[in-house]
Design a protein around this ligand. Structure first.
Ligand code: NAP
Length: 238
């Protein structure tokens, strides 16, 4: 067998330095993949390989991928996880908060997928996973920018799934509910209590519970264009 057929699959996880991204990177590594954490600082967390990559910059995406391809080879699994919030009521939302959220969460993920396809199309296989959110369908007051970016990922994934399915590439979405990370640590106790009431499982998720589903999608060959809720039932029916 050639090296090409025996090498471990390569996974690139954006925002792999903390929260859901770090948990996903560690989980994929446990599953035997070579994992590269794409981070803004370029620093490698917890013994993982790393590449400097800012998803809001097209140049940085290109340079990051070129670096990974030169050091490791084609990216087999892309997890577009990096994301931000800039919450506030729309009436008072500055342009900057609309732009930066759409640019980072939506345009960044689409550009990452486009760049990943170069190698995946040649290899005639690949797995792309977008990390969306339960709010993509349910909506969330104070998160018009964020919910729009997360809903956009679903349209993007399903369109791309149709474009590249015949090449053995799957494109799926994971839609987490509320997960214990820095992102939700910002919420006040009242808001946390309110949210908890709507979660049938009665608790927030741990990052590893989202990672488990991303790991499944990284190996599943006959699932594409799917949106998988990982939300303790919060978004049921949407
Ligand atoms: P987090 O703890 O706030 O971490 C966000 C990650 O994204 C960090 O690694 C951050 O890097 C990275 N990031 C932000 N902007 C970036 C950029 N321009 N370029 C590269 N990396 C960037 O968030 P999290 O809770 O793990 O969320 C991860 C994903 O899950 C996000 O897409 C989020 O929208 C989604 N999600 C989270 C929840 C939740 O309850 N936590 C629920 C649904 C969906 P730095 O360390 O450099 O800032």
């Amino acid at each position: 067998m050639s090296n090409e057929t025996t090498r471990a699959r390569i996974a690139l996880v954006t925002g792999g330095n903390r929260g859901i991204g770090l948990a996903t990177a560690l989980r994929l590594r446990e599953s035997g993949l070579t994992v590269i954490a794409a981070t803004r600082s370029g620093e490698a967390p917890e013994g993982l390989e790393a590449v400097r990559l800012d998803v809001s910059s097209p140049e940085s995406i290109d340079a990051g991928f070129a670096d990974v391809e030169a050091r490791f080879g084609t990216v087999d699994v892309l997890v577009a996880n990096a994301g931000i919030t800039r919450d506030g009521l729309l009436m008072r939302m500055p342009d900057e908060d609309i732009d930066v959220v759409l640019q980072t969460n939506l345009a960044g993920s689409i550009r990452l997928a486009r760049r990943a396809l170069r190698g995946m199309l040649k290899a005639r296989s690949g797995r792309i996973v977008f990390v969306s959110s339960v709010v993509w369908a349910a909506g969330s007051a104070g998160q018009v920018n964020y919910a729009a970016s997360k809903a956009g990922l679903v349209g993007a994934a399903r369109s791309l799934a149709r474009e590249v399915g015949s090449r053995g590439i799957t494109v799926n979405v994971v839609a987490p509910g509320f997960v214990e990370t820095d992102m939700t640590a910002e919420l006040g106790e009242d808001r946390r209590g309110e949210i908890l009431k709507g979660i049938p499982l009665g608790r927030y998720a741990q990052p590893a519970e989202i990672a488990q589903v991303v790991d499944f999608l990284a190996s599943a060959a006959y699932v594409t264009g799917a949106v998988i809720p990982v939300d303790g039932g919060l978004g049921m029916g949407h």
